[in-house]
Structures are given as C-alpha cells and as structure tokens.
Design a protein around this ligand. Structure first.
Ligand code: DLL
Length: 426
C-alpha cells in the first residue's frame, strides 16, 4: 500500500473521519457558497443537521445542472486568487462545465493518483508512458502529478499520434502505461502491425479508465501488450482520475479512496440510498476538497459497492465496473440494457475481438439494437450464437452484424463512443 495508515484504517475510525470531514464540508458550503446555502434552505436542512452518516440521505444531491447554472465558478468556495488550476469536463452530453483547484486540492489529487498507480503495480523508479490527453481534460495532468508524487519517470506523450507512441514504447521501454482501454487496443494493433511482440517491450502494468470497459477488453489488452491491467475511475467534478483503482493482485473492483470521496449508491428513479451490493447510481461527496467541495454529486454512473477488507488488507470499499451511465441506459422493448453487459456476453464467447459497436434504430414503432462485432472470420453459426447468448444472458432479442477486422471506429486517444443512436435522426 502507498499509505497503509489510511488505506487500511479500521472501519470505525474511517467512518469517524468521514463524519468529521463531511461536517466540515457542509459548514464550508454553508458559509462560503451562496448556492449551497440556498439549496439547504430549500431542502429544509442546515449544515448542523449531520449527526451521523445516515443523516446524509436528508441532504440534497448536486447535479451537473447545478454546475451549469453556476458556470463558470459559482460553486467555488475559496477566493479566486487562491485558485491554482481550472479544468473543464469533456462536455459530451450538454454544455461543458469547469472545475477549480487550490494548492490543497492539487495535493489531494496527486496523493489519490499516486495511491491508484501504486495499487496498479507501479513502483518508484519505473518509467510511465502517460497517454491520457493533456489539456483541459483532467486525465493527462492529473495522472502526471500523481506519477511524480509516486516517484515515476513520466513521459507526457498525451493522446493520439500513434506511430510516435509506438516509437517511444520501443525506445524508452516504460514499465507502466496509462490510457483509455479503447486506445490501449489501438496501440496493440499498431505494435502488431510493426511486428512488435510483448516480449520486445518492458511494459508490465496498464492503468485504464475514463470510459466503460469490461473483461473482454481486459483479456485482450493483457495478452496483446503483455501487461496486467487495472481500472482507474474518476470524474472532473470530484477531482479527475483517482477516485478509485483496482489492486493489480486481485483485479476485482476498484478501491474507493474513501477518506476523500464518500460513496453512496442510490436508486436512479427515487434517489433512495440502496444497500451495499445493489446496482444503482454512484453518488459521491468530495469531503476534503477546499476550492470545489461537492455534496452528494450525482455521477450518473451505474455501479455497485463491494466490501473492502479482503486479501489486500484495505478497509475501504470497492466499486464494481461502471456498467454505463444512467443516461446511456438503453431501454429496449422494456428491458434495461447497458453496453458493458453485451461486452460481458462476448467475453463468454471465443472468436470475437473486443471491438464492438451498438447501433440503435427504429423500424415502425419498434426499437432495434444491432450489435456490430469485429471477427477474424465471419460465420452464420457465430452470428446465431451471439443472438442466442444475449437473449439468454441479458434477456433481449438483438440483431448481430459481423464485420471484418479493422472496420469499426477506433479511439483516437480519447474516449470512444460505442453507442450510435439513429432513432432520433429519423
Ligand atoms: O474521465 C477522469 C479520468 C481520466 C478517469 C483518466 C480515469 C482516467 P471526465 O472527463 O469528467 O473525467 O469523465 C468522467 O467518465 O462519470 C464516467 O462516466 C466515465 N469514466 C471515468 N472513468 C471510468 C472508468 C475523467 N474507469 C466520466 N470506467 C465518469 C467507466 C469511466 N467509466
């Protein structure tokens, strides 16, 4: 562990720390952020009403719309002159939002990323190929600072320019790589096209995140790059990458750095808090941020919480993979489907590559889902098997279209859009 005194804090002490930090956060919001004061008044609560962690459920959520309404810096709880950095969220759904950090927040950011990279296998002295995009996106600079904190030699290559990335992987022989999972597959293809084998590289660990992915992709990245791959999760509103990370030794759910981010899982419709183990929307409070403390932020990401305290000795809870965003939920003839569930089905079938695309269309009044799959060799039997297994495991009837290798869109370094919705276009 990078910080055993925190990562393995006994649960009662961790809960006590969380309560104290949440109380301090509420007091700060109440006194420094007029928009929060107004929200508390409207909800009939006051900052002093949090006596136990269960009381948190009485407090209002913060949503993306609150950030939009306060654009650019209306929720900031510190004087402008204290700010040291501003990032902007990707703005893939609706207008972009900005997030701000002071010195303290940048310290927290570096710390949680250092912890994440350590859990992913990185150790001081290793070289780190950082292919997350640098710029307004939090991925590049956020991961960079954490890598420096851990003591890695960082190559700030950023996203894109794949041929150059291949050169650098060969010339500098990094042990650790970080990028989106879809871009890891692009790099694997480019390396193979150049006749490079995993044995020609020093790579050992890949830290993949920023978009949903599942076991099929993990298996492909691990085999083709010769690495062990872990999931890193985060979002700009909370900090950026480094809200949680898997431990490379178990690869079973990402430890939420619970001394800084308080997780809840809520029902997507009622907002009610759900028990541990149930799937729902992840809601996070950024307990120790000073410039932008967010209360019960509705991430829109669908996951579930799993207990901590297993083989790795950490007491902090883990989160499962992100099945999708609540706004990505496809309701197909009454059945809920997330793209990662389809990827999970593909993992149970051989003969497919991890490249797939989901196309939604409408014939008459009926919605259709077509799963487009890249396969080395198309066969009617495989096509039927995919349809049959999706029906059996997910409960929906889909169409399956097999495509030749290299024909589906690839990541250009950033997040890949897998779902194409043609229903509105008609
Ligand atoms: O994507 C921060 C990040 C950078 C995370 C690098 C990991 C690695 P945003 O651009 O604000 O921040 O997008 C946040 O991306 O709400 C999820 O929907 C999605 N996301 C992030 N990590 C994962 C992951 C960064 N590991 C949004 N699995 C989040 C699935 C992820 N989805």
């Amino acid at each position: 562990m990078f910080q055993p005194e925190l990562e393995a804090l006994p649960v009662p002490a961790l809960r006590a720390l969380q309560l104290t930090r949440l109380q301090a956060m509420l007091a700060r919001q109440d006194s420094q952020v007029p928009a929060y004061r107004a929200k508390f008044q409207a909800a009939g609560v006051s900052a002093a009403d949090l006596h136990t962690l269960d009381d948190l459920a009485r407090f209002p959520f913060t949503r993306k719309d609150d950030l939009r309404a306060a654009y650019p810096l209306g929720l900031v709880a510190t004087p402008r002159s204290n700010l040291r950095r501003i990032h902007a969220s990707s703005g893939t759904s609706g207008r972009a939002t900005t997030v701000a950090y002071d010195d303290h927040d940048l310290g927290v950011f570096a710390e949680v990323v250092a912890r994440s990279l350590y859990a992913a296998g990185a150790r001081p002295g290793m070289t780190f190929h950082n292919a997350y995009g640098y710029g307004l996106f939090t991925g590049g600079l956020g991961t960079h600072a954490g890598a420096e904190r851990l003591g890695l030699c960082t190559v700030p290559v950023s996203g894109g320019g794949t041929a150059r990335q291949v050169d650098l992987l060969l010339d500098l022989q990094p042990e650790v790589i970080a990028c989106t999972p879809s871009y890891a597959l692009v790099l694997a293809e480019a390396l193979e096209a150049r006749g490079v084998h995993p044995g020609d590289l020093a790579l050992r660990y890949a830290v993949l995140g920023a978009e949903p992915w599942a076991e099929k992709t993990r298996a492909a990245v691990q085999a083709r790059l010769g690495v062990r791959a872990t999931n890193i999760y985060g979002l700009s509103e909370l900090i950026g990458p480094g809200v949680s990370n898997e431990d490379v030794r178990e690869q079973q759910g990402s430890y939420v750095w619970e001394d800084h981010f308080y997780p809840e899982i809520v029902d997507p419709h009622s907002g009610e808090v759900l028990p541990e183990g149930e799937w729902g929307v992840l809601v996070l409070s950024s307990m120790s941020r000073s410039a932008l403390p967010l209360l019960r932020y509705w991430t829109g990401d669908i996951t579930r919480l799993l207990p901590g305290d297993n083989r790795t000795g950490r007491s902090m809870r883990r989160m499962d993979i992100i099945r999708g965003r609540s706004d990505d939920l496809i309701i197909l003839r009454g059945v809920n489907v997330y793209p990662t569930q389809l990827e999970a089905v593909l993992a149970t079938l051989g003969q497919t590559t991890p490249h797939y695309q989901v196309v939604l269309s409408r014939t008459g009044l009926l919605d259709e889902l077509t799963l487009r799959l890249e396969v080395p060799a198309a066969s009617a039997a495989l096509q039927d098997e995919v349809v049959r297994q999706v029906k059996a495991q997910v409960g929906v009837t889909i169409r399956c279209e097999l495509c030749a290798p290299g024909t589906l869109p690839r990541s250009e370094g950033g997040k890949l859009r897998r779902v194409i919705d043609l229903r509105e276009a008609r």
